[in-house]
Design a binder for this molecule. Structure first.
Ligand code: SF4
Ligand code: SF4
Length: 132
């Protein structure tokens, strides 16, 4: 069965290190990531609405993100750079590879989400990766 996924979460997954808005949320996010990495051929359907990550997020107020403008901007940028559209469905590993090549390796991550509250963590992890 496919999983709906907000496109920008494809970036966040690459940097997740067990930190997050709350302990429950990080447990939840860890489970979602394990579900996908354990079954990389599972299709993800890209959505501009709430996804399984949002289900456990304290910023989700009755199904609506409380930073809607920000996440819409992040999602739109990820779709554009990956050459994808909302509603597209593809295997998780294919989506993760596009995010990796076209955004992370291409050095475009901070122009998308440099104003996220977790920016410093993701910036550091990306630098560590590129320094080998
Ligand atoms: S800075 Fe924020 S939006 Fe960007 S990858 Fe990190 S957690 Fe995700
Ligand atoms: S509700 Fe908003 S802040 Fe929370 S995971 Fe979803 S998009 Fe991110």
């Amino acid at each position: 069965m496919d999983m709906v996924l907000r496109p920008h979460h494809g970036m966040c997954f690459q940097f997740f290190e067990g930190k997050g808005y709350s302990a429950d949320f990080t447990d939840h996010m860890g489970r979602v990531i394990r579900e996908l990495t354990g079954d990389p051929n599972r299709p993800v359907t890209l959505t501009l609405g709430p996804d399984p990550v949002c289900e456990g997020c304290p910023n989700n107020r009755n199904g609506v993100c409380d930073t809607p403008e920000k996440v819409r901007r992040y999602d739109a940028a990820v779709l554009r750079l990956c050459g994808l559209r909302a509603g597209d469905s593809l295997p998780y590993q294919a989506f993760a590879a596009l995010v990796e090549q076209r955004i992370l390796e291409a050095g475009r991550r901070d122009e998308i989400c440099g104003d996220c509250c977790w920016d410093a963590i993701c910036r550091k992890k990306l630098e560590e990766r590129s320094n080998g």
